[in-house]
Design a binder for this molecule. Structure first.
Ligand SMILES: Nc1ncnc2c1ncn2[C@@H]1O[C@H](COP(=O)(O)OP(=O)(O)O)[C@@H](O)[C@H]1O
Ligand SMILES: [Mg+2]
Length: 366
């Protein structure tokens, strides 16, 4: 099967650069504030953030459906800021599949080529190859209404790839699918991206989805980039409290830094303890045994609740006036008695009053 070769041969994967891009819909409020980033060629990047954070606006600026209020957008070295969507040659897939209901799967996939006046034999050949790539080659004569949601989204992806775009843009493409299918389809999008090598930008509000498929994740909120890094870096070294809380399941324990001050004196520099406003503690950073070098401090509290569902087990530790969740201490007997436990360096962070990381993560080798 030479599907992949066919697509690779035609592709011109592109990097995308935003330079000081600001976007205002009404000329008053900035929906996107001075975005600067580069998405490397051939990678899969997720735009992740809560609803209203500016993900779709960013994607539409990349596609050319929107023009920035100020700043520049580059594809490779070319300034495309003034180019419209047609001129930019991007493939797009939306949450609602938007297939043509009266056309067969084959004709849906071939449709962009028909518009581009590609001869019938040639466009059908290409459509068949794309159908094989997305695994709907046995559905070619069906109408979209006869397909499952996942199959429809496969067809939508094939159609978006028909004209060998340099960029594939997907705006929450899996939101309408049930949980199991979403997991299957996210793996499929990853596979298709790898096989084609097309630079892919994937919008989602689901951190789990983003963590599983992306080379890099851009966390967007309040119209600004909160962090743009690898999934591992987002988790192990969040730039700020917003990212720390947004990434990770269970949600990170966030407590006033004052709670820990007495236990961290002499361990964390005084200057940092004075500036620290909030402590972030991942649930796996609270452990029942002394793990040696990985340990930051020994603490003491009472285990007030212990729960288990499926593979997941959690314990609640009351520490001073706070309740901390641990995923490492389930099974510990609950009692009123004080118990000693340990706080590890990985998964412990301090943030200042602006929410900026001032301690923890790999930057602090101590
Ligand atoms: N066409 C539009 N006109 C005016 N405001 C808009 C328009 N589209 C989006 N917005 C606003 O811009 C902000 C970002 O929206 P959007 O980019 O759709 O976020 P997301 O995709 O992250 O949910 C929101 O406050 C939204 O209300
Ligand atoms: Mg959106």
């Amino acid at each position: 099967m030479n599907t992949t070769n066919f697509i690779l041969k035609e592709r011109t994967g592109l990097k995308v650069t935003f330079k000081n891009v600001t976007m205002s819909y009404d000329g008053k409020k900035d929906t996107l504030k001075n975005l600067n980033f580069t998405i490397p060629d051939g990678t899969l990047v997720s735009l992740l953030g809560p609803s209203g954070g500016g993900k779709t606006t960013t994607l539409n600026l990349i596609s050319g459906l929107l023009t920035p209020t100020s700043g520049q957008i580059f594809f490779g070295d070319e300034d495309v800021t003034k180019k419209d969507a047609l001129g930019r040659k991007v493939g797009m897939v939306f949450q609602n599949y938007a297939l043509y209901p009266h056309l067969t799967v084959l004709d849906n996939i071939a449709f962009p080529l028909k518009m581009a006046k590609v001869a019938k034999a040639e466009r059908h050949k290409r459509a068949r190859e794309l159908a094989a790539l997305v695994h709907v080659e046995d559905q070619l004569d069906k109408k979209p209404g006869e397909l499952s949601g996942g199959q429809q989204q496969r067809v939508a992806i094939a159609r978006a790839l028909a004209k060998s775009p340099s960029l594939l843009l997907l705006d929450e493409p899996l939101s309408n699918l049930d949980a199991r299918l979403r997991i299957e389809m996210r793996e499929e999008i990853r596979r298709i991206q790898r096989e084609t090598g097309v630079t892919t930008i994937f919008v989602t509000h689901d951190q789990d989805e983003a963590l599983h498929i992306s080379d890099n994740i851009m966390v967007l909120s309040f119209g600004s980039i909160q962090q743009f890094s690898s999934p591992t870096a987002l988790y192990e070294r969040p730039n700020n409290l917003f990212v720390a809380k947004f990434i990770g399941e269970p949600v990170i324990n966030a407590v006033p830094a004052d709670t820990l001050v007495d236990d961290l004196k002499g361990i964390v520099p005084d200057e940092i303890l004075e500036r620290a406003e909030t402590a972030g503690i991942r649930s796996e950073a609270l452990i029942p045994y002394d793990a040696g070098d990985a340990v930051l401090a020994k603490l003491s509290g009472t285990i007030t609740q212990s729960k288990k569902y499926g593979r997941e087990a959690t314990a609640e530790i009351t520490y001073h006036d706070q309740v901390l969740l641990s995923t490492e201490m389930a099974g510990s007997p609950t009692s009123e008695a004080e118990t000693e436990f340990y706080l590890t360096k990985p998964g412990f962070f301090l943030f200042d009053d602006a929410g900026v990381l001032i301690y923890g993560g790999e930057s602090h080798a101590q």
